[in-house]
Design a protein around this ligand. Sequence first.
Ligand code: NAD
Ligand code: DAU
Length: 351
Amino acid sequence: MNFEKNILITGGAGFIGSHVVRRFVKHYANYRVVNLDKLTYAGNLENLRDIEDSENYRFIKGDICDAGFIQKLFEEYQFDGVIHLAAESHVDRSISNPMAFVETNVIGTVTLLNAAKSIWKEMSGKRFYHVSTDEVYGSLGDEGLFTESTSYDPKSPYSASKAASDHFVRAYQNTYGMPIVLSNCSNNYGSYHFPEKLIPLTINNIKNNEAIPVYGKGENIRDWLFVEDHARAIDVIFHEGKEGETYNIGGFNEWKNIDLVHLLCDIMDSKLGREAGTSRKLISYIKDRAGHDMRYAIDASKLKDELGWEPSLQFEEGLEKTVDWYLANQSWLEDVTSGDYQNYYKEHYQS
Ligand code: NAD
Ligand code: DAU
């Protein structure tokens, strides 16, 4: 079959990547969508079972840091566009093992940029899209929002590695004319979210009647966005975003961690038929994350005003949908929380 475009999506077996892959495979039959993923602990082909037999989809297992392999892949497929999501994504793991974040997030990104630079003799019609995080802006006080012109001030090894990769992407545009676009998004939630992160971890622990670990006093604030809204924003920016621009993506939806955990407890009690208040008793305040950023909040008005994107779901509705998904997909949850996860969990929470 002849495809109009070959699109490379990296990290497509992860949480957000799987939603982006699914959206592109379903919406763009004229694109060949190549999903490149190393399948680390966070990557799971189960996340894509529903589309794996699609004619316009291909999965390739590989490491974005392997320069020889990446170069051959670009030569073979002559990609027209790259949507780069592959990363080490968990802040707590970056605190215990920063080097893995330097390798994948920085060296892996530069490896992809080098391959694109060598293949794209003619840059017109090409696009390198780097999917990044609001954490590059650092931490807010009580007031204000991150805008696209907020200075970078990353504070964790994870955010430092994402900031470095953003800088490399922009430097490749400035130096070599690479046709780039970037987005910096707030906290996502939804289906296929790996249960090391607050929302799926809380759901899983409530389901198993285990303690819900809340760092510090639970007063840190995050801005939550439904993952399918993020995937839609990525689609819009990939197709309509202006070359060289950065777009902030957020949910206009700030929640204190403890308020969010309370809400999840109440939803879970009602879904599981438990007496109101049962799950709140599982909350356990534990030692704070080192260097814990206090507050993130995104001003996504540029994306709204220029490209017409807005979040589609109210948070309570999105959370309910998410809880329903986890309860309906308990074998997925059991699968990803067996094996290595148990070691991670014990080491991180019980030592
Ligand atoms: P994730 O951890 O769920 O998935 C990452 C994927 O990348 C996994 O499938 C993993 O196997 C793959 N991967 C890791 N190292 C690789 C390597 N060396 N080569 C190839 N593949 C590799 O992450 P996520 O939460 O889906 O985040 C995806 C991207 O979005 C990341 O770049 C992250 O920084 C960014 N982001 C995430 C959020 C969020 O709330 N989760 C918010 C904003 C931005
Ligand atoms: O803002 C975007 C970022 O959001 C992404 O770039 C990251 O990839 C993604 O992991 C996420 O980072 P956070 O650190 O904000 O997400 P996490 O789910 O780990 O934590 C959310 C908040 O909950 C944070 O304030 C820490 C707190 N927390 C987290 C865990 C795992 C707890 O209180 N207890 C926990 O057990």
